[in-house]
Write a protein that binds this ligand. Sequence first.
Ligand code: EPS
Length: 384
Amino acid sequence: MLRTLRYMTAGESHGPMLVGILEGMPAGLALADEDLSARLRRRQGGYGRGQRMQIETDAARIVGGTWKGKTTGAPLAMLIENRSSKQWRTRMRRTVPRPGHADLAGMLKYGFDDANPVIERASARETAMRTALGAAACHLLERLGVRLTAHVVAIGGIEAPRLPSDWGPAEIEAARDASEVACCDPVTSAAMTARIDEARAQRQSLGGRTELIVWNLPPGLGSYVHWDRRLDARLAAMLLSIPSAKAIELGDAISGSAELGAQAQDVIARKGRGIFRPTNRAGGLEGGVTNGQPLVVRVTHKPIPTQRRPLPTVDLDDGQPVEGRYVRSDVAIVPAAAVIAEALAGMVLVDAALEKFGSDRFAELERAWQRYLEQLPQWDESRS
Ligand code: EPS
């Protein structure tokens, strides 16, 4: 899914820290810890998060790959310390796998008689580090004029209306950031928070859907020439790695699948000196390549499996059917998932930009990007 940029993470949910490496970022990009903090803060927030988020104050520390506040081209190394890390190595053995989690599959796969090592690494806590690494990629894209804006469009079956068609990133971000659930519609936001309260009272969890829109991408990122260069596949694979993400929709794929072919396309028209698309059903991707329209990707999340209502399971020590344990849990993580989608898509897009424009240095990348935009076809306005 990534071809030029690479990243890795390590660390457990209640271990001392999360660590991450982002390799392949060009040199000369101004980057400080503070450039990562807004997304880290957003990931921790959102109505429906559990007590753990009051314990943590995620702050990523860049510990390698910068010199005097700028990237050097060397791998970026980052750390996020966990506060909730006491007693993690001495914790009681857990022999009862929780349905919906990786517990059972992980114990069988690695031969553990204790679910703890699985629980600790499969935990969505790991997304804190991926958000930090991805925030660095988003920061690079923002310097090129690209904006990544994700918001919540559904929680627990409550669906937000479509965004007003004349809204840009500023309007979406202002409306989203005024909502406790990162949803742009205030009436829907209130219904979502009420639904979360109801689910919490029932000791249940909720799923939902986020929508990511990326603005100001040039046409030509990704390629149709080979399957592993298709940007839609690369984005989908990366976004499906978000815990609880179960389905991806590019543009209006789901409603479009019920339409006749001619209605489901975005016609190509002339306006002024350039090309104009009256619609964006494809969500900015045709043939696995960006087409210059905003990129639109929706990620659907199942209700998270961690919950305070224990579900039937089996104790692996003696094979007896039992109820799972009561666990501290979030009710809904959909607002956090929106931020994670921005961060992960940011890495895929930087990867595609490096593939197209090359470069060891950020200034070279910036120039190549600009030159490419300047040579895109423009016609005499009087002949449109
Ligand atoms: C998670 C369980 C909860 C979540 C956690 C993911 O943590 P704890 O077990 O400590 O209460 O809050 O998410 C995070 C810690 C995070 O940073 O997103 C799980 O089981 O996946």
